[in-house]
Design a protein around this ligand. Sequence first.
Ligand code: AHR
Length: 319
Amino acid sequence: MSISRRCVLTLAGGLLLAATAGVQAADKKITLGFAQVGAESEWRTANTQSIKQSAKEAGITLKFSDAQQKQENQIKAIRSYIAQKVDVIAFSPVVESGWETVLQEAKAAKIPVILTDRAVSVKDDSLYVTFIGSDFVEEGRRAGKWLLDNYKGQGDVNIVELQGTVGSAPAIDRKNGFEEVIKAQPRFKIIRSQTGDFTRAKGKEVMEAFLKAEGKKINVLYAHNDDMAIGAIQAIEEAGLKPGKDIIIISIDAVKGAFEAMIAGKLNVTVECNPQLGPQLMEAAKAVVAGKQLPKRIVTKEGVFPMEVAAKEFPNRKY
Ligand code: AHR
């Protein structure tokens, strides 16, 4: 056989093998290891449901773990997914920093990693394939913009801020986005800012402390999520004040609980953060196993819902 004929046959054989491998990759039942943050909020419950439901619908075997808001638990879960040789690892990082080592371990084991909901801060972005989730800075900007556009009173505006989990991407970004916008009007001042860890109980506790320290000086509450705002509403009522009137309340997520509070006139606006990331995650997991290239960042589309539209929008809410 001539050398050129042998080359053609070898190439054809190679292509056939590659095509068969492609079919096998497409047919292979994928196992996805998902390390969730916890169950700290109504948003997180909806996010977990979306991931579990979409995995079922996509025919993906899901290994799921709840880190109870602790980074060390997430790292343990990721290491166990590496040891189990899952096809893809996905997680919503509790905090931004401290991921290099475990992500390098996943890379060394050739297991692709997808980030959902929250970002990590790493120098080498080849440590993950893509990040699917909201633009938290933009959510903070939207909250600030709503305040500047809608606040009716004159003079200084004293704002108290309930931050999310310390070191988490949404807490850092929502603070930055909000501050970036309100600094255009120096009469808007954040007089107190503390973490409420994204939970109702902590939101209530910290708001009680704000009220004790500042009392009627407080004009606005900016809460990094609806759950903390709902906890704070209780504290405001217990202090004999009217939430939504005596204190204007702005929060983020747009969960059903926030719509109920808006319909009751106790919350002024919620900025949407969509937790239904499951379908996009499953699509991305399939694509990555099939060897397809994914964009490094997939941003979720979201809106803003003020109190005035709450009753009309409520029946359309999915979470
Ligand atoms: O990372 C998303 C944030 O985490 C949501 O806004 C909050 O409710 C959740 O706990």
